[in-house]
Design a protein around this ligand. Structure first.
Ligand code: ADP
Ligand code: ZN
Ligand code: ZN
Length: 729
C-alpha cells in the first residue's frame, strides 16, 4: 500500500508541477506548502509541494528524498497566489514560489540563532587570568554586560578559547537567542495628527472595507505633502488594533529612511525588509511575520510576499514607481500581485500617489478602484510656484555656455543669502553624456554594449552605465587623432558649475555614483537636515519622498533628459518626475519656488506639471494612448531574444514571430517586430525584440505557450517574456 503522491514544483521556467511518490518514512510529513528535496534529471533539486493525491498521472514516479522544512512555508492562499502569478506572467510555478521565499528559509537552514555572552554577577567565579581574558570582561562590561559573541570577540580582539575559559571559570555565560527581527532603526514615537476633513473621509472608507474584510482597491490621489502617509498610518492602526497585520510597499528602503521612521515611530513591532540584511536577520523576520508577531511589514517590491497570515491591508506608497515591477523572471508587478493577494484574502489595498500611473488612474475613472482625493497640502500650505524657463530663448539672449539660467542663478543666490537650501536636479549622472569627434564623427561607445560611454571626471574615466566597463578618457580621437569634444551634461558637471559660481557654498551630490559607497546616504541626509549643506545636486534619487523643510528653491536643470526615450511612457515619467521633484519644496512656512529649464516649453508633460495639473495631463495622455493602442487600452507582451551570435538571434526572433503572428492577429491583436531592441547589444549579447499588443481580456499565456522551445536555451539563445513590460529598452 503506497502513501500517495505529491505534486512538486521546482525552479524551472515551466508552469507545471511534477508527480513524486511519498516514501513510507515521509508519510504524513509531505503536505502542501512544505519544502522538499527531489531527484530531477541527473541531479537533485529543492522543490515545493503544491498538492498531494492518491494516484499519479505518470507511472514511473521517483520518490521524494527529504522534507527540508517540517512546517509548511506556504499556505493555501500563497499557493493560489503563486499559481495566478505563474499564469499571468508566463513564469514557472517553481520559479514563482522560489521568489516568494528568502533563501535561508528555502534552504531549510537551522533556526536563526545568535550566541550571546553575558557577564555573570561579579564575584561569582575566579577572577580573569591573563590579559586576553581581562580584555573580554572589559569589552563585555563596556557593551552593557551582554552582547553578541561575535561583537565581544571583535571588540576585545580575544579568541573564542579565551571566552570559553571564562565560561568554564563561571564568569561568563553563553546562551543562544533568536536573531532580533525588529528594525534596528530606533525612531522617536510620533503622535497622530488631527486629521483634515479629506483625510478623515478617506480614512473612514478604508477602515470600513478593512473592518468588513472586503476586497477593495483604493487610489489615494493626493498632492505631495497632502498627508497621505498619515492616512496609511491611521488605517493600519485600525487593522493592527483588531489583531491584523499590514504590509507597506515603498519603492526604495535605503533612500527613504524618513518614511520608514514614520512607521517604526508609530508601531511597536515593525519588520523592515531591506537589502542590507544578513540571511539570518531575513530568516528571523520571516519567522516573526509568519508567527504573527510583526504588526507591520515595510519593504520594497518582494515584501508583497511576506508571510503575514493575519494580513488585513496592503498599502503601496508612490504606486506609480517603476521599481514595483521585477525585471527578471518571474517578472511580476507588485501592485498587481497585491491586488490578487487582497482578492484572495478579502481585504483592502491602498495605492497612494501624487502622480498615479495612468493604469491606476484609468481604473479609478472606470470605478474599478475607488478614488480618494486629498487635493490640498496640509495646513493650507500652497503648492510651490513653478516657472518654466525656455532654454531656447535663454541661449539666444545669453552668450557662452551656461548650465543654469539667469533666473535659476538669481534664486539660488538669494536662497544662499537667506541661508536656505537649494536642490538642483538632473536625471543623468556623470560629467558629460558623449565624447564626440567633430572631425570624423567618432563617438565613444562601450565595446560590449550599443550605448555611448559617459565621462566621469571624478574617476578620470569613461564608463558604460549598462555593464560598468570603464576605460581612460582618450586624449584624441582614436580614428583620426582629431580633438575630442564633450557633449551633454550630467550631475558632476552641475556640481562643478555651482562650486565655480558660488565658491563659499557647501555643495553635495547624490546620485548612483555617490550612493554606491556604503552608508553614504545616512550621513548625507543628516547633513542636509542640520543645514550643513547649502546646495544638493542629484538625480531622481533626490525626488524620493524626502521632507527637507529648509529647501526653498528647486531647480530642474533639464526637463528633457527622459522625453525622447523610445518608450511610450516617456511623457508620463517626465510628468511624474517633475511633480515629485517640485514637491520637495514648500514644505514649511518658508514657501518654495521651482524653476524648470527645458528646450521643450510647450511639451504638455512639462507645462502641465508646472501648473500642477495632473488630471489635465492624464486625460490628454490617455486619449493619445487610446488612439495609438497603448496600455491601459491594450496589454503588451515583450519577447526579448538574446545571444552572442547576432545572426542566430535574428533567426530565432523570426522563428518566434512566425509561430505567433497569425494567432495574435486572429485574437484581434498586433505584433510589432522582430526588430533590434533599442539597446541592441548589452555585455556582448545581441538583443532583438517582438512586441505583442493584445486586446484587453486576452490571456497573454496562450500566446507565450506557442513560442517554440521556450524552456531551455536552445543554441545559446535566451528568450525572455515580459508581460506588461515597464522597460522597453
Ligand atoms: P504625503 O505622504 O502626502 O506627501 P505626509 O503624510 O508626508 O504627506 O504629510 C506631510 C506633512 O504634514 C508631514 O510632516 C506630516 O507629519 C504632516 N501632516 C500630515 N497630516 C497632518 C494633519 N492632519 N495636520 C497637520 N500636519 C499633518
Ligand atoms: Zn575623429
Ligand atoms: Zn557596456
Amino acid at each position: 500500500m503506497g502513501h500517495g503522491f505529491a505534486q512538486v514544483a521546482v525552479n524551472i521556467p515551466l508552469d507545471r508541477a511534477f508527480d513524486y511518490e511519498i516514501p513510507e518514512r515521509l508519510a504524513g510529513a509531505v503536505r502542501p506548502g512544505v519544502v522538499v528535496r527531489v531527484p530531477f534529471g541527473p541531479r537533485s533539486m529543492t522543490g515545493y509541494c503544491v498538492g498531494t493525491s492518491e494516484a499519479a498521472s505518470f507511472h514511473r514516479t521517483k520518490p521524494i528524498l527529504a522534507v527540508l522544512e517540517a512546517e509548511p512555508v506556504f499556505d493555501a492562499n500563497d499557493l493560489e497566489l503563486a499559481r495566478w502569478i505563474a499564469s499571468e506572467y508566463a513564469a514557472g510555478i517553481g520559479e514563482v514560489l522560489e521568489a516568494m521565499l528568502p533563501s535561508a528559509v528555502r534552504q531549510g537552514k537551522a533556526r536563526p540563532a545568535t550566541e550571546f555572552a553575558k557577564l555573570v554577577t561579579p564575584g561569582a567565579g575566579e577572577p580573569p587570568r591573563g590579559a586576553k581574558q581581562a580584555a573580554v570582561v572589559k569589552a563585555l562590561a563596556e557593551l552593557g554586560g551582554e552582547a553578541a559573541v561575535s561583537q565581544v570577540l571583535e571588540k576585545s580582539g580575544a579568541s573564542r578559547a579565551s571566552l570559553l575559559s571564562l565560561v568554564e571559570a563561571g564568569l561568563v555565560a553563553i546562551e543562544k537567542r533568536e536573531v532580533d527581527p525588529w528594525s534596528a532603526l530606533r525612531a522617536a514615537k510620533t503622535e497622530p495628527h488631527d486629521l483634515t476633513p479629506p483625510q478623515r473621509e478617506a480614512l473612514s472608507e478604508i477602515v470600513e472595507a478593512a473592518a468588513n474584510r472586503r476586497f477593495q482597491p483604493f487610489l489615494l490621489f493626493g498632492v505631495t505633502g497632502s498627508g497621505k502617509t498619515e492616512v496609511y498610518l491611521r488605517a493600519i492602526d485600525h487593522v493592527v488594533r483588531a489583531g491584523g497585520q499590514a504590509i507597506v510597499l515603498i519603492p526604495e528602503i535605503v533612500l527613504t529612511p524618513q518614511t520608514v521612521a514614520r512607521f517604526v515611530g508609530r508601531f511597536d513591532r515593525v519588520a523592515v525588509l531591506h537589502s542590507h540584511l544578513s540571511a539570518q536577520e531575513r530568516h528571523a523576520q520571516w519567522r516573526a511575520i509568519a508567527r504573527g508577531d510583526a504588526q507591520v511589514v515595510v519593504g520594497a517590491r518582494s515584501a508583497v510576499f511576506a508571510p503575514a497570515r493575519k494580513l488585513g491591508i496592503i498599502v503601496i506608497d508612490e504606486e506609480h514607481e517603476t521599481s514595483f515591477k521585477q525585471e527578471n523572471a518571474p517578472r511580476y508587478h507588485a501592485r498587481e500581485v497585491a491586488m490578487r493577494r487582497a482578492r484572495i484574502g478579502n481585504f483592502p489595498v491602498v495605492l497612494g500617489s501624487a502622480t498615479p500611473s495612468l493604469e491606476s488612474f484609468y481604473r479609478a475613472e472606470n470605478a474599478e478602484y475607488r478614488m480618494l482625493q486629498l487635493p490640498q497640502r496640509v495646513e493650507s500650505r500652497p503648492m510651490p510656484a513653478v516657472e518654466v524657463v525656455s532654454m531656447v530663448e535663454e541661449r539666444a539672449i545669453r552668450k557662452g555656455r551656461h548650465v543654469l539660467s539667469r533666473r535659476l542663478e538669481q534664486l539660488l543666490r538669494e536662497a544662499l543669502a537667506r541661508g536656505e537650501q537649494t536642490m538642483l536636479f538632473l536625471n543623468r549622472r556623470g560629467f558629460t553624456t558623449h565624447l564626440f569627434c567633430p572631425t570624423c564623427g567618432w563617438t565613444a561607445h562601450c565595446e560590449h554594449c550599443s550605448i555611448s560611454l559617459i565621462h566621469h571626471k571624478d574617476e578620470q574615466s569613461v564608463v558604460c552605465h549598462y555593464c560598468g566597463h570603464r576605460t581612460t578618457v582618450p586624449d584624441a580621437c582614436p580614428d583620426c587623432k582629431g580633438t575630442v569634444v564633450q557633449i551633454g551634461m550630467g550631475t558632476e558637471r552641475i556640481e562643478e558649475e555651482v562650486k565655480g559660481l558660488y565658491p563659499d557654498a557647501a555643495v553635495e551630490r547624490i546620485d548612483g555614483d555617490t550612493m554606491s559607497k556604503a552608508h553614504a546616504h545616512e550621513g548625507l541626509f543628516d547633513r542636509v537636515h542640520s543645514g550643513e549643506v547649502d546646495v544638493l545636486v542629484g538625480t531622481q534619487l533626490l525626488a524620493k519622498g524626502h521632507d527637507f523643510p529648509d529647501v526653498t528653491v528647486v531647480g530642474v536643470v533639464s526637463a528633457d533628459t527622459g522625453l525622447h526615450f523610445p518608450d511610450f511612457r516617456a511623457r508620463e515619467r517626465t510628468f511624474q518626475l517633475l511633480t515629485q521633484v517640485a514637491g520637495r519644496t514648500g514644505r514649511s512656512d518658508k514657501g518654495g519656488r521651482v524653476v524648470v529649464q527645458t528646450y521643450n516649453p510647450a511639451e504638455p508633460s512639462v507645462s502641465r506639471a508646472a501648473q500642477h495639473d495632473y488630471v489635465g495631463f492624464a486625460r490628454a495622455e490617455l486619449a493619445d494612448r487610446n488612439a495609438l493602442g497603448y496600455p491601459p487600452y491594450t496589454r503588451l507582451v515583450r519577447i526579448v531574444v538574446e545571444g552572442v551570435d547576432g545572426a542566430k538571434v535574428t533567426e530565432r526572433a523570426q522563428e518566434i514571430a512566425g509561430a505567433l503572428g497569425a494567432a495574435v492577429v486572429a485574437a484581434g491583436g498586433k505584433m510589432l517586430g522582430p526588430v533590434p531592441a533599442p539597446i541592441s547589444r548589452i555585455k556582448g549579447r545581441f538583443r532583438s525584440h517582438l512586441i505583442l499588443r493584445l486586446a484587453l481580456g486576452t490571456a497573454p499565456g496562450t500566446f507565450v505557450d506557442l513560442i517554440p522551445g521556450r524552456s531551455g536555451r536552445k543554441g545559446g539563445i535566451a528568450v525572455g517574456v515580459d508581460v506588461d513590460p515597464v522597460s522597453m529598452l
